[in-house]
Ligand binder design. Structure first.
Ligand SMILES: [Zn+2]
Length: 418
């Protein structure tokens, strides 16, 4: 069995004793006193490991989170700046806007990472993907004085006074609060071209600055465990810990990284489903049990589409095609047909058409020139389907021909209504 201290008090000499043997740093702000380092470097032959350094919140945070909302910037997307160009960092309460970090205990310079464009693309794509459920913007353009989290992806652990085998480091507060404008480090040079590992280390280090602990759960980027494929934040109550389960930094025995990040950052802003009704078209005269088809475009998975008639729920379809039959009990006359799509995030979008129900109306006023994939239960189309089918087969000028047919049909129906 490997022996390795999982939680290393500074007194054990994991780091050199904070500010014990150095001149005052350039900026005149004292290096914050680290309370402990959680995690451990990879041993020889092992992968580098991300650690976090615990500070008193008042030492580590230059701009406290709003305690009322629990979301770092009150609902605005949080900017995460992926910095591969390095920089010079002075000790102090973390502030990405001024390159002040509680991690180095003396002014420290990290050289740029000379990664290929393709390699950097891979890292950026992976990081964007891992954080996509949350209300963040991932950029590699320095936001300057705009509040942001900075993820340095460059250099080696020794550049900021960390020992070999450390793959990344983040500050962490003793009360697990969010460190706004934090600076976290992923030591890209020690990973070479293992861009996936770099991406997952970035995820772990940035999440530490939102108060997330390590998880003893292989699929999550907060873990030390490996060999289970690509990681993503898991909506699972997982044990905390590195090489074994332990109590979480802020109490309890489990952590759910997704729910914790959602509570601190908020969900990604997702456009609601875009819904249209392809049949019937508004103003159509329709027959009993008429067919309704909704088309839905959505960023997230659509879980259901509901049909409402005159504001009253009628029925639900869960998968495409979103085709309904109006209830045959509907009274003759004018009706408002509405379809509402709901995505997995609970976002809704809807569309409406107004129709007139008549015994003489078309039960399937299908304007779709493509062959109809839907087996209409009433099989009530008769010549209509054939007409449209042959129109589609005509190819080239079918749009015009189709419009003429619609026009003719409309005139016919209007005439019939008199
Ligand atoms: Zn870590």
């Amino acid at each position: 069995m490997k022996t390795r201290a999982l939680i290393v008090p500074l007194a054990a000499g994991f780091l050199f004793p904070a500010s014990a043997c150095m001149e005052n740093p350039v900026v005149g702000e004292e290096a914050p006193q680290a309370l402990e380092v959680v995690g451990s470097p990879g041993l020889e032959g092992e992968s580098p490991r991300g650690v976090y350094v615990v500070f008193d919140a008042e030492d580590a945070v230059s701009e406290p989170a709003d305690p009322d909302v629990g979301i770092a910037f009150a609902g605005e997307p949080i900017i995460i700046y992926m910095n591969k160009t390095g920089g010079t960092y002075t000790p102090g309460a973390n502030d990405s806007r001024n390159n002040r970090s509680s991690i180095p205990s003396t002014t420290s310079t990290i050289p740029a990472w000379s990664v290929s464009a393709a390699g950097w693309d891979q890292v950026m794509t992976c990081v964007k993907d891992l954080w996509s459920p949350f209300n963040v913007v991932i950029t590699d353009v320095d936001p300057g004085q705009t509040p942001h989290f900075e993820s340095v992806v460059a250099g080696r652990p020794g550049d900021v006074g960390m020992p070999q085998g450390v793959g990344g480091v983040s500050p962490f507060t003793s009360d697990c609060s969010t460190i706004n404008n934090s600076i976290v480090f992923t030591f890209a040079e020690v990973y070479g071209t293992n861009y996936q590992a770099i991406c997952e280390t970035v995820a772990q280090e940035v999440a530490h600055s939102f108060g997330l602990d390590h998880e003893f759960y292989c699929q999550d980027p907060m873990t030390y465990l490996g060999g289970c494929g690509a990681k993503s934040f898991q909506n699972v109550n997982a044990p905390c810990g590195e090489d074994q389960a332990r109590t979480c930094a802020c109490g309890g025995s489990t952590q759910n990284s997704v729910s914790m990040l959602l509570s601190r950052i908020g969900p990604a802003e997702v456009a609601p489903p875009d819904v249209s009704i392809s049949r019937p078209q508004t103003g159509a005269v329709v027959g009993p049990g008429f067919v309704i088809e909704a088309n839905v475009a959505a960023q997230q998975t659509v879980t259901q589409v509901d049909l409402y008639i005159d504001g009253v729920f009628s029925s639900t379809v869960n998968t495409q095609p979103y085709v309904f039959n109006a209830p045959t009990t509907l009274a003759m006359g004018d009706h408002v047909v509405e379809t509402r799509a709901i995505d997995e995030g609970g976002n809704t979008g809807s569309a409406q058409v107004s129709v007139t129900l008549s015994d003489d109306g078309d039960p399937d006023p299908d304007p779709d020139p493509d062959p109809d994939p839907d087996p209409d239960p009433d099989n009530d189309i008769g010549g209509g389907t054939d007409l449209i089918g042959s129109c589609s087969a005509a190819g080239g000028g079918s749009d015009h021909g189709f419009a003429l047919i619609l026009l003719g049909l409309g005139l016919f129906l209007v005439r019939r209504r008199r």
